[in-house]
Every structure is written in structure tokens, then in C-alpha cells.
Design a protein around this ligand. Structure first.
Ligand code: BGC
Length: 400
């Protein structure tokens, strides 16, 4: 029932976003959430510099946003969606365990991220904020979808990174006392495989992607699925085919030999053209921008490689979600489980076939479960604002 303006920050993908979320009732007394947002690109050297540089940049973006909306004077409550593994010690306290997804700012791991944000705001001194809550993007997504559908008890992201959260029975959560009720657990399933569980499935390309990354040996499940790595996997398969003289007359271009040159969005573009129509124009165009002069057969091979990599990602990700949902059904000793999953992320939303293959496989692996998928809109920001609204309400109730 909390009404008002909240500021929401979303850090964890390629861009950093600042949002103003208005929570309240419309003319008909219906509850609504409205957002204004602005995206800021994080320069590469800020992602991998020092924590102070990164959080100063974040504070600078907030300052810019407040200027634009004439809100510098207000001390707004702030919800922070921070999408990395943390040890949550309180609603507004989380210790960063390790960076993922190409972030590597030094001096942040092992520290309270909300503290780093508060320090940066204090250093600037040109505005004040009341940092109320910090959440993971999966949790924010689940909460924002729950707002519309009360069966939403799972949140999943397939974007730059990949992860899911779900409602676990408190009796199974060792860290908290109590037997009754449920609690949201962020699985951090992207790190599945880091103790060797995926060895029999990982290919030479997976190993190369991992070795070249900023976090070798970590996030091995995520490295098979998410947008940060999928394009690079395709590039490595293509290079292997070139080396075996099966593609581009055995010659790769300088660009194709460059790390990161095959972007994940190319995969979506290549697969968007109807594979039955035989129209390979998109594929052809993309390959020419990479400095290649492909034949029709080359284009067909490249499309097949893209399809293989993205299909594998969809099916492996489906196995993860099916595992979570089957566990929930067993937990509840229910014959059948009806559940809604809130989803966000560029791979899920923008790839033309990913979600269909993913849904079909989840369904196959979860007999006796009736699953509805809903896509969250602005889930990260709205979810963080809603959690902050509830946290504030609870804090004020405790005070009185
Ligand atoms: C992070 C998760 C996050 C996911 C999706 C992973 O790299 O560890 O915390 O939820 O990416 O953004």
C-alpha cells in the first residue's frame, strides 16, 4: 500500500539504468506503477577499473538523471538492482562474492555494495538518497510479475548473464530459523558446473571461452547459455571450420579472427530470416561486414552453427528451470503444480526461436506441471522499487 516516488538503479547488464518509479493509484483507484528511465553505457575501463571509479560513475549518472527531471532537492528512497552474486546480510546490505559478465572493478569483491554506493554519493555531495533495498535482477523480475500474477514464484533472466530465483520452503533454508512459509532463493545457477558437474558436456569452444574470460573456472553454466558468450562460441566454431578447410575457402578475415567480433545479436539476426525460405541475405550481409565474401553454402553453414549454439543454450537452460520447478513440486508434495515464471533478458526476448525451444523442453522435462511464462517489462526497476516500498513500510511499522 506504499505510495510515492522511488528511484531504481539497475546494474548488471551491458548498460546501467536509472529509473524513476511512481507507485500509486490511477483515477479509477486501480494500482499502477509508472516509470521514466534513462540508459547509460558503462565504458569498458570503468567496468574493469577500481570500485571507486565504477561507483563514482554510477553516482554521476544518478546526478545527471536527477538534473534532467528537476529532482535534485528531493531525498528519494532508492532500490538497487545489483545483478551479481552477493551474500545478503540485510535488505540493504550485500557483500559482493565475485564479479561476473565482464565486470572486474577492483576493491569491490568482499565489500558491501550498498556501502560503496553510499560512499560515492557522499563523495559527490550534490544530492542525497535513502538506499532502502538491494535485490538481484531475478528477484526484481519475479516481484514485478507477481504484482500482476499471484502465481509468479520464479524469476529468470537470460540476457548478458543467466540466472533464476524461486520460492523455497523456509524449513529447507538453513540460514534462517523457522518452519513455516516460503522465502525467495537466488540460485545463482550460472555458477553450476564450477565444481566439475558439467565436464562431460563442455566442448573445446566452451573451454576456450572460459579461459579467455575475466573469470576463468567460474559461471560455467552461464557461459553455455548467456548473451555475453554465445556470439564468441559461434566465432570459435567458425574458426575451427575454416582451419579444417570447410568454410570460406579455408581463409578467415582479420575481423573474424578478432575476439568478440561475432556479436550475439548477429545470431538472432541470422535466425530471424525464415530458414525454409532459403533467404540468406541477413547472413550474407553480416558476414560481409566481418570482411568475408561468403558463398551460399558458407552462409548455410554459418546459419547451422548459429542454430546449434543457440538451440543448445535453450535446451541447457530448460534443464535448469525444469530442475527448479520439479523441486518445487516435490517440496509441496503436490500431484500437480501450477506456476508462473517471470522472465526477462535480451536473449529470451529478442532471439526469434530461443523461447519456443526453451518452453517446449521445459514442458517435456516437467510432467505434471502447468507452467505459464510472462515477460516482465521494466522488471528490474519496478521490482526494486516495489521491494523498497515494502521494506520502507515494514521499517515504519516496526518504528511505531
Ligand atoms: C549473475 C546473477 C544475475 C545474472 C543475470 C549472473 O552473471 O551472477 O546474479 O542474476 O547474471 O543478470
Amino acid at each position: 500500500t506504499e505510495v510515492g516516488d522511488f528511484l531504481a538503479l539497475d546494474l548488471g547488464g551491458t548498460n546501467f539504468r536509472v529509473m524513476l518509479v511512481k507507485v500509486g493509484e490511477d483515477e479509477k483507484g486501480k494500482w499502477k506503477v509508472e516509470t521514466k528511465h534513462q540508459m547509460y553505457c558503462i565504458p569498458g575501463d570503468t567496468m574493469t577499473g577500481t570500485a571507486e571509479m565504477l561507483f563514482d560513475y554510477i553516482a554521476q549518472c544518478i546526478s545527471d538523471f536527477l538534473d534532467k527531471h528537476n529532482m535534485k532537492e528531493k531525498k528519494l528512497p532508492l532500490g538497487f538492482t545489483f545483478s551479481f552474486p552477493v551474500r545478503h546480510e540485510d535488505i540493504d546490505k550485500g557483500i559482493l562474492l565475485n564479479w561476473t559478465k565482464g565486470f572486474k572493478a577492483s576493491g569491490a569483491e568482499g565489500n558491501n555494495v550498498v556501502g560503496l554506493l553510499r560512499d560515492a554519493i557522499r563523495r559527490r555531495g550534490d544530492f542525497e538518497m535513502d538506499v532502502v533495498a538491494m535485490v538481484n535482477d531475478t528477484v526484481a523480475t519475479m516481484i514485478s510479475c507477481y504484482y500482476e500474477d499471484r502465481s509468479c514464484e520464479v524469476g529468470m533472466i537470460v540476457g548478458t548473464g543467466c540466472n533464476a530465483c524461486y520460492m523455497e520452503e523456509i524449513r529447507n533454508v538453513d540460514l534462517v530459523e523457522g518452519e513455516e512459509g516460503r522465502m525467495c532463493v537466488n540460485t545463482e545457477w550460472g555458477a553450476f558446473g564450477d565444481s566439475g558437474e558439467l565436464e562431460e558436456f563442455r566442448l573445446e569452444y566452451d573451454r576456450m571461452v572460459d579461459e579467455m574470460s575475466l573469470n576463468p573456472g567460474q559461471q560455467l553454466f552461464e557461459k553455455i547459455i548467456s548473451g555475453k558468450y554465445m556470439g564468441e562460441l559461434v566465432r570459435l566454431v567458425l574458426l575451427k571450420l575454416v582451419n579444417e578447410n570447410l568454410l570460406f575457402n579455408g581463409e578467415a578475415s582479420g575481423i573474424l579472427k578478432t575476439r568478440g567480433s561475432f556479436e550475439t545479436r548477429f545470431i538472432s539476426q541470422i535466425e530471424r530470416t525464415d530458414s525454409d525460405s532459403g533467404d540468406l541475405k541477413q547472413t550474407y550481409n553480416i558476414l560481409t561486414t566481418l570482411g568475408l565474401l561468403p558463398s551460399k553454402l558458407d552462409c548455410e553453414i554459418v546459419r547451422l552453427v548459429s542454430e546449434s549454439v543457440s538451440t543448445r543454450a535453450a535446451l541447457v537452460c530448460a534443464a535448469g528451470l525444469a530442475g527448479v520447478i520439479n523441486r518445487m513440486r516435490e517440496n509441496r508434495s503436490q500431484e500437480s503444480l501450477k506456476i508462473t515464471v517471470g522472465v526477462d533478458g535480451s536473449v529470451y526476448k529478442l532471439h526469434p526461436l530461443f523461447k519456443h525451444k526453451f518452453h517446449a523442453m521445459v514442458q517435456e522435462l516437467t510432467p505434471r506441471c502447468n507452467i505459464t511464462f510472462i515477460q516482465s517489462e521494466e522488471g528490474s526497476g519496478r521490482g526494486a522499487a516495489l521491494v523498497s516500498a515494502v521494506a520502507r513500510k515494514m521499517a515504519s511499522m516496526l518504528c511505531h
